[in-house]
Design a protein around this ligand. Structure first.
Ligand code: G
Ligand code: G
Ligand code: NA
Ligand code: MN
Length: 253
């Protein structure tokens, strides 16, 4: 409860900030984007896990405020990097609760316009369960996002119910293989097979694939042989402040 009492002030005062974890393109080996991850550096409690404060925000009607805070920073940063003359995609996590509000489409549209970011450079990461609410409103909202040119990624793929029906219904452009499968690849043949067949399935449906949780060179090599499009994980880079990410990315023009 004390956490919640401070949530508004923490957002407004900058205690809650956004870390960026780089993604690497397998073909060019260049950083091609990042995932925005909310961080709360609390003056007394130290680092609070986003799992805890995202849940608190969801339960107390602050999730829209938190989401807008992250979207605004992430889109501003992505626009800045794209102005350097290279293609850079920014991914933002959306929880089920915000997918229930149709206003999100116009909110995101206006943040994109404010910072001058092309919609195709924004990816919304949603889990299957968040996308497949019983009302069907989430799917409609995601379809409206797609119509604007925004990319949709299915986060934590493989951990939910993962039916082929969901895979067909969710208007995703990308599938993000959960790190539990990726990190087990070097020791478990069955995880390796699942990752391989998920990549093939995604490609046959015209979706690109990101593997998250890549920590080892062996895993990176195996994913490359499997034709995985992009990778994310501690081997490439940890979530970091924007200044650090910025220093890793060259200026092209
Ligand atoms: O950064 P870390 O690995 O600790 O993230 C833990 C969880 O918090 C992940 O599931 C991540 O998706 C989630 N998370 C981080 N930032 C945000 C955010 O801005 N919005 C939502 N909904 N979830 C987030
Ligand atoms: O649920 P979601 O996929 O958004 O969660 C992302 C979380 O995974 C973040 O909290 C991030 O810090 C964490 N993460 C990112 N890369 C790695 C990795 O290589 N290993 C581990 N253990 N965690 C990672
Ligand atoms: Na994510
Ligand atoms: Mn994930």
């Amino acid at each position: 409860l004390s956490l919640l009492g401070r949530l508004d002030a923490a957002i407004d005062g900058g205690e809650i900030w956004v870390a960026y974890q780089p993604k690497m393109d397998m073909k060019t080996k260049a950083i091609c984007g990042a995932e925005a991850l909310a961080r709360w550096s609390h003056p007394e409690k130290g680092e609070i896990s986003p799992q805890d404060f995202v849940l608190a925000a969801e339960q107390h009607n602050r999730i829209e405020k938190l989401t807008n805070h992250v979207l605004n920073d992430a889109i501003r940063v992505a626009a800045e990097i794209n102005r350097r003359g290279l293609d850079f995609d920014m991914a933002v996590n959306l929880s089920a609760r915000v997918l229930d509000n149709p206003d999100l489409v116009s909110t995101i549209q206006s943040i994109l316009a404010r910072h001058g970011l092309e919609p195709r450079h924004l990816t919304l990461e949603v889990t299957e369960s968040a996308a497949m609410t019983s009302s069907g409103r989430s799917i409609e909202l995601l379809e409206n996002m797609r119509a604007l040119g925004i990319q949709i990624s299915i986060d934590d793929y493989g951990t939910g119910f993962s039916t082929l029906e969901y895979l067909k219904k969710i208007p995703a452009t990308e599938i993000k293989i959960d790190r539990s499968f990726v990190s087990a690849m070097d020791k478990s043949q069955s995880d390796k097979l699942m990752v391989n067949s998920t990549i093939a399935l995604a490609h046959s449906l015209g979706r690109t694939v990101v593997a998250e949780g890549v920590e080892k060179e062996d895993t990176l090599r195996a994913l490359e042989e499997m034709g995985c499009d992009r990778v994310q994980g501690y081997l490439i880079g940890r979530p970091m402040p924007y200044e650090k990410l910025s220093a890793l990315i060259p200026t092209v023009k």
